[in-house]
Ligand binder design. Structure first.
Ligand SMILES: C[S@@+](CC[C@H](N)C(=O)[O-])C[C@H]1O[C@@H](n2cnc3c(N)ncnc32)[C@H](O)[C@@H]1O
Length: 273
């Protein structure tokens, strides 16, 4: 009885949320807030991502795009207005309710958009599943022109990150492009960013990476550039310099009242297979 009542309440809430979405063209605050601070403008940063992929990664309407850690459709929503019938989009994420929302509100109206739940374990929200270091992306080899990961590697520890890079290289077609945001530092970072202490943002130093929370390592991870470059090389991905601090999640989108020190270390890395 209680279960039936709960499930009816959940369905009613989902339907109400979907009405909000149709009117505002955004996911409800409750869901957005789980994957992104509410002061970061969801619509604008999504459009930034599409603009960035168009300007720097050659995105065209015919592209087949993979969105790793797709969240609640920040990239997918504006992409529905870019990708034509010859193109296609696949997104996956570990949190089932985000995938569910994207299926109901995006895939249902755009048949060339698909969302998949990745049953991968993380210390920040999805307990069951396989280790991210062993996860095999559920796509055929060489099936994408462009892969994107927005604030995904900020939640992966090194073995998992190395596996995800290898998987990206497997599913990209030769010449395909991969853009990903990372929290990145090197010997000179703190000099270049006075007052934005690495130690404050990620207190726990590990071998070539730093953690914000040692008990929940995936809550936020920053990498030493000295780890990143060989990791890309080993996966067969060629980094196209420069690393770009001016993309999504950049300080340009942070309101002045907010001191989000870690965002100053965000860089987008573009690579080609
Ligand atoms: C900060 S959010 C960014 C979401 C989205 N890319 C965006 O720009 O709005 C990070 C996302 O990565 C997902 N995630 C975390 N670990 C993952 C993993 N191992 N594999 C796939 N997705 C993961 C989270 O569930 C979350 O939706």
């Amino acid at each position: 009885m209680t279960t039936t009542w709960r499930s009816k309440a959940r369905t009613a809430r989902d339907k109400a949320n979907d009405v909000v979405t149709r009117v505002t063209r955004r996911p409800p605050r409750r869901i957005r807030g789980d994957i992104s601070p509410l002061w970061l403008d969801f619509g604008r940063t999504g459009r930034d991502q599409v603009g960035f992929l168009t300007e720097f990664c050659g995105l065209t309407p015919n592209h087949h795009v993979l969105d790793i850690g797709c969240g609640v459709g920040r990239l997918a929503l504006p992409l529905t207005r870019v990708l034509g019938p010859l193109g296609g989009y696949q997104g996956f994420d570990v949190l089932p309710y985000l995938v569910d929302w994207c299926e109901r509100n995006i895939a249902a109206r755009h048949p060339h958009f698909h969302f998949t739940h990745a049953d991968v374990r993380t210390s920040i929200g999805h307990d069951p599943g396989v280790d991210a270091a062993d996860y095999v992306f559920p796509y055929a080899d060489a099936s994408f022109d462009l892969a994107y990961a927005g604030s995904l590697f900020t939640h992966l520890t090194p073995d998992a990150a190395a596996n995800y890079l290898a998987q990206v290289a497997r599913v990209l077609r030769p010449g395909g492009v991969f853009a990903a945001t990372w929290n990145l530092y090197n010997r000179r970072s703190e000099q270049a960013l006075p007052g934005r202490s690495l130690r404050k943002a990620w207190p726990f130093a590990r071998d070539h990476h730093r953690l914000k929370d040692a008990e929940h390592p995936e809550s936020n991870v920053a990498y030493d550039e000295l780890w990143l470059r060989p990791a890309y090389r080993q996966a067969g991905l060629r980094i196209l310099d420069p690393l770009r601090p001016d993309a999504t999640y950049s300080p340009l989108r942070v309101p002045q009242r907010v001191s989000a020190a870690h965002l100053w270390y965000t860089n987008t890395v573009i690579a080609r297979l």
